[in-house]
Design a binder for this molecule. Structure first.
Ligand SMILES: Cc1ncc(COP(=O)(O)O)c(C=O)c1O
Length: 460
């Protein structure tokens, strides 16, 4: 190891505070340190190559190492490095807002920029509260969201999040958020207490739970429902057919805003520009971030239906909310260049054409005794691991700890695949490669998973 490499590793150990990380895991070993990327691959500080099976963190849609995005950032920094969107505009934010509005379905024309996804969720909830105050329904402030769903870490977004273990140490959080069942059809028997519901029946049942929750809370107190097109935490729960159509009807019936949290699902992850387009529904608000710049610079957005902007048009009314770096000129310029690549390379078409191949590659792993379910959409898939395929019995907390943290995450990484072994719900492996990946990368993912999962089963 060279001296500079040694220095970096030491600085990481001594001074970095990693996110969502047990630092104890690195007491005896160095912190994996990634130094560069190229296409669908990243390289660590020792020069070892890894397939980026998670596109960073559902972010790097166009792949690593795109010079034109680096150049777009440099050019903008030279021209205008910074100016806020507080009472002033700058050309790249305006152009990006217009472009996003053109991609969205319906009349989602108003773009409020943030620096990331959690802030976009936070912004959506605050807008929902103020909107209803302005139109004379001041009691409407509560939100409904789904069990195990992750919506971010600011205290509002965390309150909406449905993962108790992430919330407990920060309670009391923002009051007024309520949980309903998610769209985990694989576990529908346990969730509903009814055996053998079809996906359609389960979708209807799950959507009806939202209506029940609104009734229970009082329709005049509920402002919004937050749902991802495909729920990430828990391991990729796509919506059963008809789910979002029924949810849309319910929201309209009770005058509740439907917020589509597309922080992961927007920008081609499912093969469509926005996630709701894949499943044919039009929300009132979209929250998005991650893939907008493919991660070459941070940005997020809340995109609202024009109707929600109406009460803010006149008089002394304003949305008293903002972020210094929201809609940063460099990030906006990079987002525009990123979207140019989407169009030039037809990334949406590429994902749509390759989705069946990716699915097939992962479905081929179903012969392994540990693979209980394979589910997802586009380039966004989860593999649920079980102890008993026939009964769908899952692992105990202890086994899950040994399997996921003790073995799988590291074994996959050592084998050259960066992805995520997650136990925020039942244990799953999550896969979301860059959108430029194709069969060669799918085959590599399949081969590594097969070897490591077989070994994990042997060790149980
Ligand atoms: C659905 C969803 N919402 C919100 C967030 C929070 O985004 P950020 O980490 O950019 O704040 C995430 C992050 O993964 C997410 O997946």
């Amino acid at each position: 190891m060279t001296q500079p490499e040694h220095d970096v590793l030491k600085a990481a150990q001594d001074n970095l505070w990693l996110h969502f990380t047990r630092h104890s895991a690195y007491q005896q070993s160095e912190i994996p340190t990634i130094v560069r990327g190229e296409g669908s691959y990243v390289y660590d500080i020792h020069g070892k190559r890894y397939l980026d099976g998670l596109a960073g963190l559902f972010v790097v849609q166009v792949g690593h190492g795109r010079q034109e995005l680096a150049e777009a950032a440099a050019k903008q920094a030279q021209e205008l490095a910074f100016f806020p969107l507080w009472s002033y505009a700058h050309p790249k934010a305006a152009e990006l807002a217009q472009r996003l509005a053109a991609y969205t379905p319906g009349e989602l024309n108003r773009v409020f920029f943030t620096t990331g996804g959690g802030e976009a969720v936070e912004t959506a909830w605050k807008l929902a509260k103020q909107y209803y105050k302005l139109i004379g329904k001041p009691l409407k402030h509560k939100v409904i969201s789904r069990q195990i769903a992750y919506h971010g870490t600011p205290q509002g977004a965390l309150s909406i999040t449905g993962i108790p273990a992430f919330k407990q140490m920060f309670e009391p959080l923002v009051p007024g958020s309520v949980r309903v069942p998610n769209t985990n059809h694989y576990r529908a028997d346990e969730i509903t207490g009814v055996k053998g519901m079809t996906p359609e029946e389960y979708g209807f049942w799950a959507a009806e739970r939202v209506a029940r929750a609104i009734e229970m809370e009082g329709p005049d107190t509920v402002a919004a429902v937050f749902a991802e097109p495909v729920q990430n935490a828990g391991g990729c729960f796509p919506p059963p057919p008809g789910y979002f159509q029924r949810l849309r009807e319910i929201c309209d019936e009770y005058d509740v805003l439907l917020v589509s949290d597309e922080v992961i699902c927007a920008f081609g992850r499912l093969g469509t520009m926005f996630g709701g387009q894949k499943f044919d529904y039009v929300p009132d608000i979209i929250t998005c971030a991650k893939g907008m710049t493919s991660g070459y610079s941070p940005i997020g957005a809340m995109i609202a239906h024009e109707r929600l902007f109406e009460p803010f048009k006149d008089g002394d009314t304003m949305f008293a909310h903002g972020y210094t770096f929201g809609g940063h000129p460099v990030s906006a310029a990079v987002a525009l260049a990123n979207l140019d690549i989407f169009e030039r390379e037809d990334l949406l078409g590429h994902v749509t054409a390759n989705e069946p191949r990716f699915k097939q590659t992962l479905d081929d792993l179903r012969d392994l005794p540990i693979v209980g379910d394979v589910r997802g959409s586009g380039y966004f898939w989860g593999i649920e691991l079980v102890k008993d395929k026939a009964t769908k019995e899952t692992f105990t907390a202890d086994e899950s700890e040994r399997l996921l943290r003790g073995y799988l995450s590291k074994a996959l990484f050592d084998a050259g695949l960066y992805c995520r072994a997650d136990d925020r719900g039942d244990p799953v492996i999550q896969l979301a490669p860059p959108l430029i990946a194709g069969q060669k990368e799918f085959d590599e993912i399949g081969a590594i998973l097969r070897g490591v999962l077989a070994e994990a089963w042997a060790q149980l």
